[in-house]
Design a protein around this ligand. Structure first.
Ligand SMILES: Cc1ncc(COP(=O)(O)O)c(C=O)c1O
Length: 379
């Protein structure tokens, strides 16, 4: 007799295991105009509801329609996409840019097109999940090096048998908010003929002069062997991704990045919003420093070390404890991120608080009161 269990009964077992480990996740609906103080989103520059950004989206939507209608190589590319690429490349300091449907797709496309069988890919242990997945898809030999361990990267590059090599890192790591040692990484890449790919998802709009990113800040923008990827969904308040690099690299991606070729182009409204957000940032470069200043305020309130990015982590260890503390914050009017495994290593579950340039002193005072209560009684 066949067992009562069905082909998907194992999902019940997994669900129970995750629940018992405090690792169930839920999709919560937002309320428009919610009074919650937002320390959870990646809207670092506070532009997501900026009138010029909304107008930019609406104008592109009216001109080009709701969707981009196809792959960029078939029907999905507009003058708006081309202008955004040019403006982003100019802002960060590269020769060219190529916009993708998401930052995730930009990373998958760039890594798989620049690596492959016969390439060594070296990736930091803290690299974002999209870079991890890009490694898996690349068919290259992959070495994951301990977090920010330049010696380990050098060793992997120097002992390789492959001719080509690609080193991957976030500029600002998304969970801890710390910075990659970019000058050192670039030096060893240059010495051993490797390419350095830097994901600026959390660096753009926050680090560097006027928010040009950490690659620009350390003087590496425009180097022939540096490739920058970024999302348009954080500081630029929209959606989408971009690769910023030389003309030669971008031309190669157009011909061979599968997430460019086989994915529908980014929706015009997102392109229009990102362009408008970039224009606001150019006009108001002080927003970038304001994010760092507000992050310093949050860190002081939370009693943790001064941050070097918008991300402030308060490590609580146990996932259930982090979840309950995040729930208490929300119930008290402050929305915070709750990062648990697999987003962070086991034993480092945390509240992840993100700064926004437009946080007010009143909001910070409220955050201070709520965090004092929650951290004092968090189970
Ligand atoms: C470091 C990093 N890279 C890439 C991504 C993916 O970007 P997107 O959300 O645009 O797909 C994210 C998060 O969203 C990120 O934090």
């Amino acid at each position: 007799m066949r067992s009562e269990r069905t082909a998907l009964s194992w999902l019940d077992d997994r669900e129970r295991e995750r629940r018992e480990a405090g690792l169930r996740r839920e999709v919560r609906l937002r309320t428009p105009g919610s009074a919650l103080i937002d320390l959870a989103s990646n809207d670092y520059l506070g532009l997501v509801r900026h009138p010029e950004v909304i107008d930019g989206a609406v104008a592109a939507l009216r001109r080009w329609g709701a969707g981009s209608t196809g792959s960029r190589l078939v029907t999905g590319s507009t003058t708006e996409h081309a202008l955004l690429e040019r403006e982003l490349a100019e802002f960060v300091g590269t020769r060219a840019g190529l916009v993708f449907a998401t930052g995730y797709a930009a990373n998958l496309g760039a890594v798989t097109a620049l690596a492959g069988a016969g390439t060594l890919v070296v990736s930091d242990a803290g690299s974002h999940a999209s870079l991890v997945d890009a490694c898996r898809l690349s068919r290259a030999r992959v070495v994951v090096t301990p977090h920010c361990d330049v010696e380990a990267v050098a060793h992997a590059l120097q002992t390789r048998t492959e001719e080509r090599a690609l080193v991957l890192t976030d500029s600002v790591f998304s969970a801890d908010g710390d910075l990659a040692p970019l000058p050192e990484l670039h030096r060893i890449c240059r010495e051993s003929g490797a390419v350095l790919l830097v994901d600026e998802a959390h660096g753009l709009g926050v680090r560097g002069a006027g928010g040009r990113g950490l690659v620009a800040e350390v003087g590496l923008a425009g180097e022939y062997d540096v490739v920058v990827t970024a999302t348009l969904s954080k500081s630029l308040a929209a959606q989408g991704g971009v690769v910023l690099a030389s003309d030669k690299v971008c031309a190669h991606l157009i011909d061979s990045a599968r997430t460019f070729i086989f994915d529908t182009g980014l929706a015009p409204a997102a392109v229009g919003a990102a362009r408008a957000a970039l224009a606001v940032l150019r006009r108001e470069p002080q927003r970038a420093q304001a994010v760092l200043d507000r992050a310093a305020d949050i860190a002081r309130i939370a009693g943790v070390a001064a941050p070097v990015s918008a991300v402030v982590s308060v490590i609580l260890g146990d996932p259930q404890r982090a979840f309950e503390a995040a729930t208490m914050c929300r119930d008290a009017g402050v929305s915070v991120g709750c990062f648990r495994p697999p987003s962070v290593p086991v034993g480092t579950s945390r509240l992840r608080l993100t700064a926004r340039a437009t946080l007010t002193q009143d909001e910070l005072a409220r955050v201070e009161a709520v965090l004092a209560d929650v951290l004092a009684i968090a189970p």
